[in-house]
Write a protein that binds this ligand. Structure first.
Ligand code: SF4
Length: 222
């Protein structure tokens, strides 16, 4: 189990239902550039990028996909080469054997069941081999069809520190967040948490004195 930040939320700052909107609004101003960091053109590249991003950085994925996407343009292309060749082409993203297997399985299913197109609904996306709920959530959200809220390590930490959840498990955290966050904000909420988490609400040493929501945060150290 990763480190918990639930116990840090000790100050009384008012009900979360009243705090959620101002938190989102202020973070949206502060991080106006908050968006997915993966570089892609179209749904297939999005899906592949998100699948490759497991256990590595977006910067690393972007380096690999810069050349990968010149060679692999359609689902068929991932199946036209031997598995070992695809493994070499994605090697730098780590876990390359497993990722190559998942990519090939996914491409096969796209061709067999979805006419070579990336489906947009969560239920269809999670049927693809190697596509977990988090990956499916990112893809459906970026495709303009959000059905949930992406919970990664930053979203988990900030939601706990901000007192939006007392849960540890990502699925339960997501359940709390979809009840709390206005639906229109589902796609941008994770980006705001992620960028605020990288720049200000850092895991080891949050910069609370520089934080635009410190008066709304029960974990504030100022
Ligand atoms: S950086 Fe902001 S959000 Fe994070 S703990 Fe401090 S006040 Fe709360």
């Amino acid at each position: 189990m990763p480190r918990s930040f639930v116990a840090e939320a000790r100050k009384r700052v008012g009900p979360k239902k009243q705090r959620i909107r101002p938190v989102i609004e202020r973070l949206a101003v502060e991080h106006a550039d908050a968006a997915i960091a993966l570089k892609f053109a179209g749904p297939l590249e999005l899906l592949v990028s998100v699948m490759l991003s497991a256990q590595t950085t977006d910067v690393n994925v972007n380096k690999v996909t810069q050349t990968l996407f010149l060679k692999y343009r359609r689902p068929e292309d991932y199946l036209a080469v031997p598995q070992e060749e695809l493994e070499r082409d994605i090697f730098a993203t780590g876990f390359y054997r497993q990722k190559a297997r998942s990519l090939r399985g996914t491409m096969q299913m796209l061709l067999d069941e979805f006419e070579g197109e990336v489906p947009q609904t969560l239920n269809e996306l999670i049927r693809l081999p190697g596509v977990a709920r988090k990956t499916a959530n990112v893809v459906s959200s970026e495709l303009g069809n959000p059905e949930g809220i992406v919970v990664d390590t930053h979203v988990r930490r900030l939601s706990q520190r901000l007192g939006f959840t007392k849960q540890e498990d990502p699925v339960k955290i997501e359940r709390d967040l979809v009840r709390l966050v206005p639906r229109d904000d589902w796609p941008r909420f994770p980006h705001l948490m992620i960028w605020h988490g990288r720049r200000v609400c850092i895991a080891r040493r949050p910069l609370c004195e520089d934080c635009v929501v410190n008066d709304l945060c029960p974990s504030s150290r100022v």
